[in-house]
Ligand binder design. Structure first.
Ligand code: SAH
Length: 215
């Protein structure tokens, strides 16, 4: 049985938000989302005391819930607004999914780990989060059926940029993806036209790997 959300948790979230602001996160809607979402409920209750530290934590199946700073940094780069269609690769705990839902996005998210997929699909609606679709499958392929997307976020380290993700991006859309072995370079692609992409590299991060051909 998961523990409840209390005033004490809310206080810890407020301090986490202050930390993220001091590290340079400016988007108020993202800070508000982090102040609101009970991150401790996305992890095992034995981590309750650590849930509001700015750190990644294990969520089972050898995976981690991303560090709050990383979630905020990637979310900021997406530059999404209410109603935008967003594709997330690597649902994991669903925490990043919840942030995107709080921002008012229509969220499509893919997870390749059966166990996590099932758990998160049951869990998010309990908190009132209703992504458009949680899909069990291989993120390297994207989700052609609902393309194009205003933004695509990859929450695992990709050895290379999967072509389908570039192809499924809307003109003017933004793809945020950590690329490389270890560490990864946070990379932003902005689609300027059918064949033109602007690329920006935005510093080093560490993610669990985006696994290929493991379905
Ligand atoms: N956004 C998640 C981060 C989880 S870690 C959160 O906030 O909790 C990255 C996730 O990517 C893991 O759950 C892992 O199983 C998943 N993943 C790895 N390779 C994948 C692939 N090819 N397709 C879809 N998901 C993948």
């Amino acid at each position: 049985m998961k523990s409840k959300d209390t005033l004490k948790h809310a206080g810890k979230r407020k301090r986490l938000v202050d930390t993220l602001s001091s590290k340079g996160i400016k988007n108020q809607k993202i800070l508000d989302a982090i102040a609101k979402i009970p991150r401790h409920l996305f992890m095992d209750s034995s981590f309750d005391d650590h849930a509001y530290q700015d750190k990644a934590f294990p969520i089972g199946a050898d995976q981690t819930i991303s560090q709050p700073y990383t979630v905020a940094f990637q979310s900021e780069l997406l530059e999404v607004t209410i109603g935008d269609k967003v594709l997330e690769i690597g649902t994991g705990s669903g925490y990043q999914t919840a942030v995107l839902c709080e921002l008012g996005c229509k969220v499509y998210s893919i997870e390749r780990q059966q166990e996590l997929f099932k758990k998160t699909k049951l869990f998010l609606p309990k908190l009132g989060y209703r992504p458009k679709l949680l899909s069990f499958g291989d993120g390297y392929k994207g989700l052609e059926e609902f393309a194009p997307y205003k933004a695509i976020i990859v929450t695992a380290g990709a050895p290379y940029v999967p072509k389908p993700l570039m192809a499924q991006l809307d003109i003017g859309g933004r793809l945020v993806i950590p690329v490389g072995e270890d560490p990864q370079v946070m990379t932003l692609f902005i689609r300027k036209s059918k064949n033109e992409f602007e690329k920006q590299e935005l510093g080093e991060f560490r993610f669990v790997p985006l696994l290929e051909n493991k379905n």
